[in-house]
Design a protein around this ligand. Structure first.
Ligand SMILES: [Zn+2]
Ligand SMILES: [Zn+2]
Length: 101
């Protein structure tokens, strides 16, 4: 995964922890390269409890690595408006069949 901000590719770390930083932006996991970590306008999502940007996004959840808070990711999955419209249609059809109003 490249840096979300400048598009730089992550080089293999020689040894130990990568200097790249993981974060969540607009409910999606992103990587930030060491250069861009110094920028003031990173626009990363922050934890509502401790304001940390050390967040992990996975399986529709966002976990804070600082305080451990887990919340649901808020972005709807692609196509969900269509699905909800379909569900409404199915429900209306069921209501007709069952004689509900
Ligand atoms: Zn960068
Ligand atoms: Zn937190």
């Amino acid at each position: 995964m490249p840096c979300y901000r400048c598009g730089a590719r992550q080089t293999d770390p020689v040894r130990g922890a990568s200097p790249w930083k993981r974060g969540v932006r607009h409910e999606a996991q992103v990587l930030v390269c060491p250069d861009c970590q110094r920028a003031q306008d990173l626009d990363l999502d922050t934890c509502p409890t401790c304001a940390s940007t050390a967040l992990i996004c996975r399986l529709g959840e966002v976990e804070c690595r600082s305080c451990g808070l887990v919340r649901l990711a808020q972005a709807p999955s692609p196509g969900s408006p269509d699905l909800s419209g379909l569900a409404a249609e199915v429900e209306a059809a069921l209501n007709r069949v069952l004689g509900r109003k």
